[in-house]
Structures are given as C-alpha cells and as structure tokens.
Design a protein around this ligand. Structure first.
Ligand SMILES: [Zn+2]
Length: 148
C-alpha cells in the first residue's frame, strides 16, 4: 500500500511536470457527459474557425486541452463516512481537489502533499464543483488563485 501510493505520487509529479504549461482550470458547469464534445474536424479547419473568433488566449480550452480541473474544498472531506486526512501531515480540511484528464481525483493539502483519492471520481467532482471561473496557464497560478 505504501509503495503503491509512493509510486502514484511520483507519477502524479511527473505528470504535473510534463503537463505544467497545460495545467489549466476548467470547472464545467455541466456534467461532462452532457458537455458538447468537439467532434474533430480537420485540424486546419478548426484553427481557421478559431482565428475568426477570439485570440487563442481568450478561447475556452476544451476538456481535452486541459491537464486537469481544480477547486478549493474548505470543509472536511467525508468519504465513505470517514473524514479524509492527509497522510503527510494529518490535515483534514482546506484541500485543493484536482480532477485529472484520466478522471482520477487527487487531494492537495495546505502543505502541498498530494494524494490520489480512489474514493472520489470525476462524477463526484462534477456534482460538487462550481461553474467555470477561469483558466490558469500554470498549476502554481491556479493554486495562488485558490488561496494556496
Ligand atoms: Zn499534508
């Protein structure tokens, strides 16, 4: 269990590094299954359409373009009747909750410990997250915006 968790943490950090520039916040107001997927036209056509509308920095990234979603969760997080505590420091509230592109959910405590939370999934995230607020080009910017 310990080793598995350590490996997951490492994988998460690597994914973060790899996706650092892409780490954006997208809090979908609608559950993703209802979210109109951009059925892929030829890439060139898509770019041409986008160019007619907004500059790239103002365009809303699609779910496939963001590395993950994030929200702040101030109150204690109760999963299967248990208050979730950080394995690193014992914190039990003021989380940043991440929902990654693979639909895994991760918790980050105030001290920056990140733990995969198998008891939560993208459906839970969608039920509990607010509407889209903004997009962050980096993870750090997102954390700062959310007060961490
Ligand atoms: Zn911690």
């Amino acid at each position: 269990m310990f080793f598995r968790r350590a490996r997951e943490d490492r994988a998460f950090r690597e994914a973060q590094r790899a996706g650092y520039e892409l780490f954006l916040q997208l809090q979908a107001a609608q559950p993703w299954p209802d979210f109109p997927e951009q059925t892929a036209p030829a890439p060139a056509a898509e770019e041409a359409v986008a160019a007619d509308f907004l500059p790239p920095e103002l365009r809303v990234p699609s779910r496939q373009e963001v590395a993950g979603l994030m929200m702040r969760w101030l109150q204690p997080l109760i999963i299967e009747d248990e208050v979730r505590t950080c394995p690193g420091c014992g914190a039990y509230r003021d989380w940043i909750v991440f929902c990654m592109r693979d639909d895994s959910v991760w918790l980050r405590c105030r001290a920056g410990h990140e733990t995969k939370e198998p008891g939560l999934d993208a459906a839970w995230y969608n039920r509990n997250s607010g509407p889209v607020e903004r997009f962050h080009p980096t993870l750090e910017e997102g954390l700062r915006h959310l007060g961490h």
